[in-house]
Design a protein around this ligand. Structure first.
Ligand SMILES: NC(=O)c1ccc[n+]([C@@H]2O[C@H](COP(=O)([O-])OP(=O)(O)OC[C@H]3O[C@@H](n4cnc5c(N)ncnc54)[C@H](OP(=O)(O)O)[C@@H]3O)[C@@H](O)[C@H]2O)c1
Length: 260
């Protein structure tokens, strides 16, 4: 028996859609029949059928406005928004090295793109009385690592609270809003980091992975999630199969968060 996600003909916007989790979300939604607009600062020269790429810097208000304009204009509107964009470039060293510039960089990367895009796109969804928004946060909103990710974790916590509040406001108008919180995901960047740690410690790739897992307090499953596993969860959540799901958080972390 097949499990049809019923996404044929749906239009989806995926931010951060060229690498890691975002690229996997683009692939899964396209394979399920959606037409996908993937946004990143640098984009491939060619698009596979069903995928459109748009280059924009979503850490700026102007970049978000340009994407919203494209979505509501040439792209023809949107049914699904998956806000995958996020990350951290803050240095290690705890609170003392986080000056205002570092704080605003993390907020403009992890919170404001979702806030700005939702604000621009929601009126059209509300007018239609349907739509779904997924905010990709992180288990770090509940499990921060103070040495280097205080600002990132706080920005993800702000995104989580914003997402919950938004769901209470717009769900009665037909829009579902859901959070997905990954633990460690084995993206290209994560592989590079494990390889770098392995070289520094004189061990192999599996040894590098163990160093990262130990820094997280261990992963009971014994491995990071694959980007496709996170994307499969998101594809289900944006589909009509999940029509009763809104205002909740889905953690996908192999058991990393030690509490319920
Ligand atoms: N990886 C993990 O272990 C992990 C764990 C928990 C949560 N998460 C969350 O999951 C999400 C995806 O993470 P990931 O590791 O899969 O990401 P990633 O592999 O680093 O990919 C980031 C994507 O975002 C784009 N991007 C970066 N800055 C941008 C900007 N200013 N404007 C537009 N696009 C931009 C990148 O393309 P360009 O560079 O060309 O712009 C790329 O497509 C993030 O929200 C992250 O916080 C990840």
């Amino acid at each position: 028996m097949s499990f049809d996600l019923q996404l044929d003909g749906r239009r989806a916007l995926v931010t951060g859609g060229t690498k890691g989790v975002g690229a996997a979300v683009v692939d899964v939604l396209r394979d399920a029949g959606a037409t996908v607009l993937a946004v990143a600062r640098s984009i491939p020269d060619a698009s596979p059928p069903g995928v459109h790429y748009l280059a924009a810097d979503l850490s700026t208000a102007a970049g978000c406005a340009a994407v919203a304009q494209y979505v509501l204009g040439p792209f023809g509107g949107v049914d699904i928004v998956v806000d995958v964009l996020g990350g951290s470039s803050a240095p290690s060293g705890g609170f003392a090295v986080l000056d205002d510039d570092e704080w605003f960089r993390e907020l403009n990367w992890n919170l404001m793109p979702a806030v700005r895009l939702d604000r621009a796109l929601l009126p059209s969804m509300i007018a239609r009385g349907s739509g779904v928004i997924v905010h990709v946060t992180s288990i770090q909103h509940a499990l921060p690592l103070p040495e280097s990710t205080t600002a990132y974790a706080a920005a993800k916590a702000a995104l989580s609270t914003y997402s919950k509040s938004l769901s209470k406001e717009v769900t009665p108008k037909g829009i579902r809003v859901v959070r997905v919180s990954p633990g460690w995901v084995e993206t290209e960047a994560a592989v590079a980091m494990a390889e770098r740690l392995a070289r520094q410690a004189g061990t192999d790739y599996e040894g590098g992975k163990r160093i990262i897992m130990t820094s997280l307090g261990g992963i009971p499953l014994g491995r990071p999630a694959k980007p496709k596993e996170v994307a499969d969860l998101i594809a289900f959540l944006v589909s009509p199969r999940a029509a009763c799901i809104t205002g909740t958080e889905y953690v996908i972390d192999g058991g990393t968060v030690p509490t319920a």
